[in-house]
Write a protein that binds this ligand. Structure first.
Ligand code: COA
Length: 373
């Protein structure tokens, strides 16, 4: 059986930094409260011109560059997101086209903040079964567009971003074990209720219903600490490892208190736990791949290390993975990479425009022939 291993990683966070002191001017909160209760100091907010796919493409290109792989070699693009560009088509199709991944299938996975680990697990399964060889998994979200900036319970927590990994078939693990779970009885605890088929337009047909993210913070907090511990223990045990053999634990970056409490319950030393929630807040499906990239940049993961990823989110849903790190990530990419990728993405854009044109011409020819016959 083939095994799935990560051979490239990438991350992108929008430039705009929103700090706690700035939030103090927008809502009744304080830097002190936010830092004490969440550990968050700042977060990134996407420009209105930046859609989720724009962030995803940037992270995806970086993962491809690190792995020295061209988009055309990818079999499947999966974008984990709960804030897609549109209800349809999938954000993944938009990303696939822009990356020039012409031989790839594309789909979105929505498991909210747990989406990236769900998608990673699914991609690993496709590789292990031989149905795919190279899969690009991206976690990208812009929850900022669903935040009510007058609701201090939620608006302080979230930020925007994207992270990606390129998975390839190999003989050694790789992804060693995984778990996925859901408890829909908690669906109302963290939700953006509008925009789907349950709550439609209001009577005048204009005002969308329930467009804001709402959350029962304390209940989500309690559930998350218990669940993160259980999921981590499960994947560690099923990979045949014990706790002492875990080199780095990368939990979903939602709240520093949840991260610390989980680490304590697991009995992990603080230096084995990665956190960057202070600088990004909760970036939903992007949180774990962004953290993975930063941990690699900081030299915290070496070839042969055992790493555990644990995520949780709306659903309620959760997923965890234990993996053995096997890729040498180059410290610096070749200076030609940006030029090559700019060229390749322009070629992809031209190809895309030609295809659209070809379809238009094809339709005109068909209609003309049909009229004449
Ligand atoms: N600034 C100042 N005060 C705030 C505040 C803010 N941003 N948000 C809430 N408060 C107030 C509350 O109104 C409450 O005041 P009261 O005692 O006068 O009623 C007090 O602080 C305590 O509120 P509480 O909700 O009990 O705080 P908490 O310690 O549970 O922290 C969260 C709130 C949201 C930070 C915390 O519950 C949490 O992180 N939950 C998990 C959320 C999460 O991770 N969601 C994403 C999952 S993917």
């Amino acid at each position: 059986m083939k095994r799935a291993k990560i051979i490239g990683v990438g991350a992108y966070a929008p430039r705009r930094v929103l700090t706690n002191p700035e939030l103090e001017k927008m809502v009744a909160t304080s830097d002190e409260w936010i830092v004490q209760r969440t550990g968050i100091r700042e977060r990134r907010i996407a420009d209105p011109s930046e859609a989720t796919s724009d962030l995803a493409v940037k992270a995806g290109l970086q993962a491809l560059a690190v792995a020295e792989t061209h988009g055309s070699e990818v079999d499947l693009v999966v974008v984990a997101t709960c804030t897609p560009d549109h209800v349809m088509p999938s954000t993944a199709s938009i990303v696939q086209n822009r990356l020039g991944a012409t031989g790839a299938g594309a789909m979105d996975v929505n498991a909210a903040c747990a989406g990236f680990v769900y998608a990673l697990n699914m991609a690993a399964g496709l590789i292990e079964s031989g149905r795919a060889k190279t899969v690009l998994v991206i976690g990208a979200d812009e929850l900022s567009i669903y935040l009510n900036w007058k609701d201090r319970n939620t608006c302080i927590l979230f930020g925007d971003g994207a992270g990606a990994v390129l998975l390839k078939a190999g003989d050694e693990p790789g992804i060693m074990s995984s778990t996925m779970g859901s408890d829909g009885s908690g669906a109302g605890l963290l939700t953006i209720p509008g925009g789907g088929s349950r709550f439609r337009m209001s009577a005048n047909g204009k005002k969308p219903v329930g467009q804001y993210l709402t959350m029962n913070g304390s209940q989500v907090f309690r559930w998350a600490t218990q669940m993160m511990t259980g999921a981590a223990e499960q994947v560690i045990a099923s990979s045949g490892l014990n706790l002492e053999e875990i080199d780095l634990f990368i939990p979903h970056q939602a709240n520093m208190r949840i991260i610390e409490s989980t680490a304590k319950r697991l009995g992990l030393a603080p230096d084995k736990v990665f956190a960057n929630v202070d600088r990004y807040g909760n970036t939903s499906a992007a949180s774990i791949p962004i953290a993975l990239c930063e941990a690699l940049d900081k030299g915290l993961i070496k070839v042969g290390d055992n790493v555990v990823l644990t995520s949780f989110g709306a659903g309620l849903s959760w997923a965890a993975v234990a993996l053995r790190w096997s890729a040498e990530i180059p410290e610096r990419l070749s200076p030609w990479v940006p030029f090559r990728q700019t060229f390749e993405t322009r070629v992809a854009a031209v190809r895309s425009a030609l295809r659209r044109q070809q379809r238009r011409v094809g339709t005109v020819i068909d209609e003309t022939l049909h009229r004449d016959s």
